[in-house]
Ligand binder design. Structure first.
Ligand code: EPU
Length: 336
């Protein structure tokens, strides 16, 4: 069923908890309904949202906000060692992770308890604890907003990179993702090298997708605010990547600075560490602050506006730039 609402509050559709309205809010449950909507014409500008876990609304939204309620999960191919799971873009991300583990599939466990929906997992290439969704995506189905035709993007066409994909670049704003097909495993091939995950998983009785999920859920609950209790969009900034030469110079000056080599020869720094060193951890200005347990997360202590959050984030960027000479780039999309 198609649902259309006018002057609709977006409070339940952005984890930051910013209280703004959409001029038009439209939801669909099938690809066919989406095609009908596009053919009828949607009042521009059109913004496609998922769970709203990476959005910062600056004002009321004039135009149409489109949200998928395509929520089916189908096994399209399966053998003894692997499964192809085609998942509606409106399925809640963690529902998919839980479903896959309950059905003996493996691969998504490290990505447990991430807020958001399946469609956005492909746009954002969500990642945590050594795994990125893009590694497990076989293909992405989308409907073009310009002519309602169907497009299929195979994994290699999605240009997945750290918190990035073709859907944030060349294809930005052009499509509505309807299904994502994940290529999951049945054999055990776990990734537990991140931090001290392995001993925690072993303490639960050994390596299994279920035990990894338990450890990840506990780790996230310890470090990150739950959007239901404190508004945030998770990490506000991306971790910056610098050249090996710059990383070496920084290491000489700041021996404790965490650094991680990336496969393409760059060095990833911890934005959270940089922000903490600049004195921002747990700091609050008005209604906005950083989370006391993870400085990379900007939180809404209640009643914050998009402009307040943005001003706070700019102040953080300025101090990191002045102290370390490093530019931070937001992971969160400011709208309007
Ligand atoms: N650190 C600090 N102070 C802080 C936060 C972090 O010093 O306030 C340092 C610590 O040295 C820590 C290191 O940074 O060892 C890494 O911290 P953490 O494991 O919390 O990871 P992160 O790099 O801060 C990234 C993702 C998170 C993801 C975690 C775990 C980005 C932008 N963020 O954070 O993703 O959960 O790794 O894999 O890549 C999200 O995108 O919303 C998100 C939560």
């Amino acid at each position: 069923m198609i649902i259309k609402k006018r002057l609709y509050s977006l409070l339940a559709h952005n984890t930051f908890g910013i209280d703004v309205e959409a001029e038009l809010f439209v939801e669909f449950e099938t690809e066919q309904e989406l095609i009908e909507l596009i053919n009828e014409g949607l009042k521009p500008p059109v913004l496609v949202i998922g769970g709203g876990s990476n959005l910062l609304f600056m004002n009321n939204y004039s135009g149409t906000i489109l949200h998928s309620r395509i929520c089916d999960i189908q096994t399209v191919e399966e053998n003894d060692s692997e499964v192809y799971l085609r998942v509606g873009s409106g399925v809640e991300w963690d529902t998919l992770v839980e479903y896959s583990i309950a059905n003996g599939m493996q691969g998504l466990e490290n990505l447990s308890a991430i807020p958001g929906e399946v469609g956005a997992s492909a746009v954002q290439n969500v990642g945590a604890y050594g795994v990125e969704a893009g590694e497990l995506i076989h293909s992405v189905e989308a409907i073009s907003l310009s002519d309602a035709t169907k497009k299929i993007f195979l994994q290699k066409e999605c240009a997945f990179a750290y918190r990035n994909s073709i859907f944030k670049k060349e294809e930005k704003g052009k499509n509505v993702i309807t299904y994502v097909t994940y290529h999951l495993r049945k054999k055990t091939e776990y990734r537990v090298a991140y931090g001290n995950m392995l001993p925690k998983v072993e303490a639960l009785g050994g390596l299994s997708a279920k035990n990894i999920r338990t450890v990840i859920c506990e780790t996230r609950a310890e470090k990150l605010p739950s959007p239901s209790s404190l508004g945030s969009a998770g990490s506000f900034f991306m971790n910056p990547v610098v050249s090996a030469t710059i990383a070496q110079k920084l290491k000489e000056r700041y021996p404790d600075m965490p650094q991680y080599n990336t496969p393409d020869g760059g060095v990833k720094l911890s934005a959270g560490w940089l922000i903490e060193q600049c004195g921002w951890k747990g700091k609050q200005i008005g209604n906005v602050g950083t989370y006391p347990k993870q400085a990379l997360v900007i939180v809404n202590h209640g009643g914050a506006t998009g402009a307040e959050v943005l001003a706070f984030s700019h102040a953080i960027c300025k101090s990191v730039k002045e102290t370390f000479g490093i530019e931070l780039h937001p992971e969160v999309n400011a709208i309007g």
